[in-house]
Design a binder for this molecule. Structure first.
Ligand SMILES: Cc1cc2nc3c(=O)[nH]c(=O)nc-3n(C[C@H](O)[C@H](O)[C@H](O)COP(=O)(O)O)c2cc1C
Length: 224
């Protein structure tokens, strides 16, 4: 079972990174046969989306950096853990680039994948940032199998006994879902069905020429 962890904080050892590292350590110790990969967005080569929309036609982004490789890793994993600090009641800039460039929604990149969302914040807006990540998961066909929103002072120690216990509990919940063939709850299945069949698919079919790359990807793993 492949588990991919992505840290969207520019501070690799900040609060978000500390929680994500604890999650990684906990899952590794669970003997669940998990092969874990941890990606720091702050350390990879990642440029802005240039808005050319050629990925819709070709299925590939023409910008030459590490995002295509990361998107393929996301597609190949069985469980995805996404973390971001809250910046201005939103996700970090790094995380937003991942959203824009990762081929998530049209490609249904997270179809039937268990996901775990993590957000840290200091005062206000953590809920909004978490909702942005969860919305991305839902619109991409995935399941929000566990979520953690942690409020703490900037630059303070993220881990204490209570938070470690909570992290461990959430990891158990996440892994039990990641082991399932379809981890989506009934509600998530209905939402995903409506989003895809009433929203995304009719738009793509209506504009076939502009979305040939998307249609090719769907033939591989969405329309089967
Ligand atoms: C540029 C910037 C903007 C921030 N905006 C918010 C915010 O809108 N709401 C909030 O509660 N905390 C905000 N914070 C605090 C961070 O979300 C919080 O300290 C977080 O835990 C930092 O994560 P990190 O240690 O992984 O970098 C902001 C911090 C920075 C540096």
């Amino acid at each position: 079972m492949k588990i991919l962890i992505i840290n969207g904080s520019p501070r690799t050892n900040g609060a978000t990174g500390q929680i994500l590292s604890k999650i990684s350590e906990t899952i590794a110790a669970m003997d669940a046969g998990a092969e874990i990969e941890y990606v720091e967005l702050a350390k990879i080569n990642m440029k802005f989306c240039i808005g050319c929309a050629s990925c819709y036609i070709s299925g590939k982004c023409p910008v030459d950096d590490d995002l295509e490789t990361l998107s393929k890793k996301i597609e190949a994993c069985d469980g995805l853990i996404l973390g971001s600090p809250t910046y201005a009641s939103n996700v970090s800039g790094q995380f937003k680039i991942l959203i824009d460039r990762g081929h998530f929604v049209f490609e249904q990149l997270l179809k039937n994948k268990a996901c775990f969302s993590v957000v840290t914040y200091e005062n206000y807006g953590g809920k909004k940032a978490l909702a942005i990540i969860n919305d991305l998961i839902c619109k991409s066909g995935g399941a929000v199998s566990a979520k953690y929103m942690l409020k703490l002072n900037h630059n303070s120690e993220a881990l204490n006994e209570k938070r470690i216990r909570k992290t461990e509990k959430l990891c158990r919940k996440f892994i039990s879902k990641a082991k399932k063939k379809n981890p989506l709850s009934l509600f998530e299945r209905i939402s995903s069905f409506i989003i895809f069949h009433a929203g995304i698919k009719p738009h793509v079919i209506k504009n076939k020429l502009r979305y040939q790359g998307i249609l090719n990807r769907w033939e591989k793993n969405v329309l089967k």
